[in-house]
Design a protein around this ligand. Structure first.
Ligand code: TSJ
Length: 651
């Protein structure tokens, strides 16, 4: 057998025994790795650097999956040295017959060595590229390995992939396991060799969820007082689902996570599914194959979705939840508010696509489909109360979608007949140049009037929103068309929404939400921000959305007056003013007259505004569920964390 790597022919000698050191597939050549590191670890940036750690830890995870290891300790030592230790069997130290070299040495010095020593388990984990210890060795300034075989401690050191000393006994110990320490080579990782604790934490926690019962410890020893976290989840991916729901601030609508698992008779594929519905309207599905996050999905996700839709519809028909003339529930309907984790372990996983983050094994699709078909229908029959809340949710989703579709058609028909007409309540500005224009979306009755009177009518438009927001409006943004609060916003901005969104048609460069600091104001901000996030996201991404900041206090002394936008500022102003002062606390925009509103909140020269800024998609997604939820605290935190001052008054 010959494998071509970068036009170099590499000899392979395959040894076919069952056990121990002889059973390693031998490949030669580590130089290639140092020449083209990106080929083996994806990048030489921070991602690649952290990838080194995963490559080493994956070996211990494999040992745990084989049933021989229960604890994995990972540490970042001072000097950006990584130490990984497990309590497994220890990498075999016996001499490999073909090469006359200890197996452990081959693991570190021969590309693609390692893997199958025989034994019960099979290698399932392995990073994106699954290349192993030799690649880490090639890309490290040095590596040291210690093997504890229950009697002796063996030791070997390598520098930039080369053996520095023969494997030798350095002491006695009754412990078993493997310890690897390494320092990434700064000549390879030119950008940085500094590890981020949070990055390792996220990955190791995830691995602990995916491999139930394995103890994983992470220590940061770089500072005087070490930081340490321990991860061990007996509940596995069910705990993962609970963790995600907590993190997303959503409330489950049935008490327990639903969990199913199966293996094929040959024991070459295992599949696990954990799922729970919550009170949000978002779908959150994470899938893994051999402990690798398959960002682009694949056959395991396809099997899950297909079976879920089918089982739910079958059930709905059988129990008359859907009448004869009703349409089937769609995939989106049955996944609304669902958090699910799918994890499969496949002996020979095929990863597809540009980033190799999509599972291709077709037998997995069938297995996940079968698992869900059999177990979920039984579960629903045995848990009628849970079945009820899930179906009610899916039916509500189907109704909302149908209503949205009808409303959308109506709006289209209307605008086709009448041409896109600006909303009647809009007080437009004179300028048509969006680089200078602004629209204030104003809540409330009297505030709209003051804003209209106080504005700079050349560049500032006012759109008042009337009436109290209904709870359903807050919750169900799918019904944007026909929503009498949102359609005026859509027509005034001019861009269209969703797939039809067109930034070039934006009629105002700044879209400013102006609402009271009270609960109703909070609601309108929530509705609008969520709406923009869902249907006009580029507006947020490109920094067009602002939140006006009206003052909280007006402080008067004789003819002099000042405004305070926070309690701290109020106290500072009070301290600076001598004599008798009077404080007025504004409860709403409506308490200000035209001039005051202009001076404090609308005048581009002096006002304070918050720019809404969602930087990464994950944070945005979290944000969205927070905004959708009805818990005030996380929402307030969001607003504070994501808004930044664009114009600072003398605060
Ligand atoms: F490979 C490595 F250096 F990256 C590494 C391997 C690093 C660390 C931290 C741990 C390990 C590792 C390897 N832990 N446990 C094992 N187990 C084996 O290599 C092993 C031991 C015995 C047998 C057997 O069949 O008797 C098979 C294997 C794979």
């Amino acid at each position: 057998m010959a494998i071509i790597v970068e036009n170099e022919e590499i000899k392979v000698s395959k040894v076919e025994n069952d056990y121990g050191a002889d059973d390693i597939q031998v490949l030669e050549g580590l130089e290639a790795v140092r020449k083209r590191p990106g080929m083996y670890i994806g990048s030489t940036g921070p991602r690649g650097l952290h990838h080194l750690v995963y490559e080493i830890v994956d070996n211990s995870i494999d040992e745990a999956l084989a049933g021989y290891c229960s604890k994995i300790d990972v540490a970042i030592e001072p000097g950006e040295i990584i130490r990984v230790r497990d309590n497994g069997r220890g990498i075999p130290v016996g001499i490999n017959e073909k090469t006359g070299v200890p197996a452990v040495t081959l693991v570190f010095t021969v590309l693609h060595a390692g893997g199958k020593f025989g034994g019960g388990g099979y290698k399932v984990s392995g990073g994106l590229h699954g290349v192993g210890a030799s690649v880490v060795n090639a890309l490290s300034e040095w590596v040291e390995v210690k093997v504890f075989d229950g009697e002796d401690i063996y030791f070997q050191r390598y520098e930039r992939g080369k053996i520095v000393c023969d494997l030798k006994k350095i002491g006695k110990s009754s412990e078993r396991g493997t310890e690897v320490r390494f320092k990434a080579d700064a000549k390879i990782f030119k950008e940085t060799t500094v590890y981020e604790y949070e990055v390792l934490e996220k990955r190791l926690r995830e691995q602990a969820f995916l491999n139930a019962g394995v103890h994983i410890e992470l220590r940061d020893e770089r500072q005087e007082e070490a930081v340490q976290k321990n991860f061990c989840y007996e509940g596995g991916i069910s705990s993962f689902v609970e963790f995600i729901n907590k993190k997303k601030h959503v409330d489950p609508i049935h008490p327990d996570v639903i969990y199913f698992a199966a293996k094929n008779p040959e024991d070459t594929v295992t599949v696990e599914v954990a799922m729970q519905y919550n009170d949000s309207y978002n779908e959150l599905m994470l899938s893994f194959a051999n402990n690798i996050h398959t960002v682009d999905g694949g056959t395991h996700e396809e099997g899950f979705k297909r079976a879920l839709t089918r089982v739910m519809n079958d059930y709905a028909r059988r129990f008359n939840k859907l009448k004869e003339n009703d349409k089937n529930l769609s995939g989106e309907d049955v996944r609304e508010g669902l958090t699910a984790v799918i994890s499969v372990k496949v002996k020979e996983a095929q990863f597809e696509g540009q980033t190799k983050a999509k599972l291709g094994n077709t037998e997995v699709r069938t297995m996940v489909d079968k698992l869900l078909s059999e177990k979920l229908s039984v579960f629903l029959e045995e848990n009628p109360q849970v079945a009820r809340v899930i179906f009610d949710k899916a039916l509500a989703s189907a109704k909302a979608r149908e209503a949205a579709r009808k409303a959308r058609e109506n709006v289209r028909r209307k605008s086709a007949l009448e041409g896109a007409q600006l909303p009647g309540k809009l007080s437009d500005c004179q300028s048509k140049d969006s680089s200078e224009t602004e629209i204030f979306i104003v809540e409330g009755d009297s505030a709209g009037g003051s804003a209209k009177g106080g504005r700079d009518r050349r560049i500032q438009a006012i759109l008042p929103l009337w009436g109290k927001m209904l709870n359903v409006e807050k919750a169900r943004l799918d019904r944007v068309y026909g929503n009498d609060k949102l359609t005026p916003v859509i027509t005034a901005l001019g861009t269209g929404i969703g797939e039809e969104f067109n930034m070039e048609k934006l009629r105002y460069g700044k879209v400013i939400i102006m609402a009271d600091a009270d609960v109703d104001g909070q609601h309108i901000r929530t509705l609008l921000l969520t709406f923009f996030f869902r249907f006009m996201r580029p507006l947020i991404e490109e920094g067009h959305i602002y939140i006006a900041q009206p003052p909280l206090y007006r402080i008067t002394k004789g003819k002099e007056h000042k405004y305070a936008y926070s309690d701290i500022e109020r106290d500072r102003i009070l301290a600076s003013m001598e004599g008798k002062t009077e404080i007025q606390r504004y409860k709403g925009l409506g308490e200000m007259d035209e001039d005051q509103l202009w001076e404090t909140t609308m005048n581009p020269e002096t006002r304070l505004m918050l720019k809404v800024n969602l930087n990464d998609a994950e944070a945005a997604d979290e944000t969205f569920s927070i905004l959708m939820g009805d818990k005030v605290e996380p929402r307030r935190e969001f607003i504070e964390a994501n808004a930044k001052f664009v114009q600072n008054l003398d605060v």
